[in-house]
Design a protein around this ligand. Sequence first.
Ligand code: HEM
Ligand SMILES: *[C@@H]1O[C@H](CO)[C@@H](O)[C@H](O)[C@H]1NC(C)=O
Ligand SMILES: *[C@@H]1O[C@H](CO)[C@@H](O)[C@H](O)[C@H]1NC(C)=O
Ligand SMILES: *[C@@H]1O[C@H](CO)[C@@H](O)[C@H](O)[C@H]1NC(C)=O
Ligand SMILES: *[C@@H]1O[C@H](CO)[C@@H](O)[C@H](O)[C@H]1NC(C)=O
Ligand SMILES: CC(=O)N[C@H]1CO[C@H](CO)[C@@H](O)[C@@H]1O
Length: 333
Amino acid sequence: MAQLRKRVLVFMQLTILFVCAVLNLADAQGLKVGYYEKTCPSVEKIVKQATAKFMSRAPTLAAPLLRMHFHDCFVRGCDGSILLNSTKDNLSEKDAPPNLSLRGYQVIDGVKTAVESKCPGVVSCADILALVARDAVSMLKGPVPYWKVPLGRRDGRVSIMQDTFTNLPPPFFNISQLKSSFASKGLNVKDLVVLSGGHTIGTSHCSSFTGRLYNFTGKGDMDPSLDSEYAVNLKKKCKPSDVNTLVEMDPGSFKTFDEEYYTLVAKRRGLFNSDAALLDDKETGDYVKLQATTQGYTFFKDFGVSMVKMGNIGVLTGEAGEIRKSCAFVNYY
Ligand code: HEM
Ligand SMILES: *[C@@H]1O[C@H](CO)[C@@H](O)[C@H](O)[C@H]1NC(C)=O
Ligand SMILES: *[C@@H]1O[C@H](CO)[C@@H](O)[C@H](O)[C@H]1NC(C)=O
Ligand SMILES: *[C@@H]1O[C@H](CO)[C@@H](O)[C@H](O)[C@H]1NC(C)=O
Ligand SMILES: *[C@@H]1O[C@H](CO)[C@@H](O)[C@H](O)[C@H]1NC(C)=O
Ligand SMILES: CC(=O)N[C@H]1CO[C@H](CO)[C@@H](O)[C@@H]1O
């Protein structure tokens, strides 16, 4: 009897150890909601108020701010490296061609200043960017997704322009290239189709997709996977070598965070090859079709889940990195 009790006890201890190990693993990144509870309890309020000020003046900033967080996370992890300015020796991520349409750095700097005035040297720029991306989206008109942002990221000290070429998926990627790009960041096929839904807001330069309209295979042709009526409209807006014109990615509702993106992709009206490619895989294709209909609509909830996963990519925690004083520059010691 005593032996049985002992065995049960050992079993329970092992179980507890195992559960702790699993929890620990899940928490290995160390980010948590409310991370600044003791050190800067009002941080979320300050960020929200400061972001709201910018958003009330320029609501279209939500799209580039969301995209900025994506670009930060895919290059060297979510460490604020996208925010660093070039130095005399190094060109930084900011100055890479894929940044062409990134804007809103002044929002991050403004929010950082507001946070610093209350809690100097405590909150990282990487965390501020993650919060601003969420807040800017949640301030758009209409129903919007909302998610809790785990915090505790530290800022990196390195930003190299070339890193963007190898880490950011370009708009001409096909489905297998997209899947492996996301997999290399620890994101799965569902995250790919869900996060692509970010293209429900914002605008694109013609140059990101004119390859589909003119000379697609070098025979003066157009991408056959693009709806021809839509292609005619796009050709009216974008001449072959146009690099300046902006078009709405989700025409008619590019300011609204809705499921229209999936409706368009399902109708072969996705703007980039990477959008259209979502129809070339069973899992992503099924998801597109499901979100395009009202039954089974889970986009908002899914988006929050995948944003949290994206926000965990390669984060610096603990003693790694630093808390930048100014988001555009590493600290000077
Ligand atoms: C799946 C791979 C992706 C590719 C290939 C891609 C590519 C692009 C390209 C080429 C643009 C237009 C840039 C321009 O010409 O101005 C763009 C815009 C945008 N992307 Fe993506 N993207 C991807 C994933 C994402 C993700 C994960 C998000 C966020 C969750 C995102 C959010 C946005 C937003 C909001 C814009 C509009 C920006 C603006 O209005 O300035 N994209 N994307
Ligand atoms: C840092 O870069 C941003 C955006 O490229 C620019 O607007 C700003 O003036 C730069 N700051 C300094 C001090 O050079
Ligand atoms: C500058 O570039 C070098 C080599 O690419 C890199 O090792 C260094 O960390 C970079 N410095 C910054 C501040 O990004
Ligand atoms: C995607 O592109 C790569 C590289 O060009 C190619 O090897 C692969 O076969 C393509 N996959 C699909 C599904 O088209
Ligand atoms: C189309 O592409 C082919 C092959 O790259 C090139 O030889 C031709 O000049 C291009 N035509 C136009 C109109 O750009
Ligand atoms: C906002 C910003 O920093 N844009 C830069 C993007 O990169 C180009 C060079 O490719 C710079 O000229 C822009 O200033």
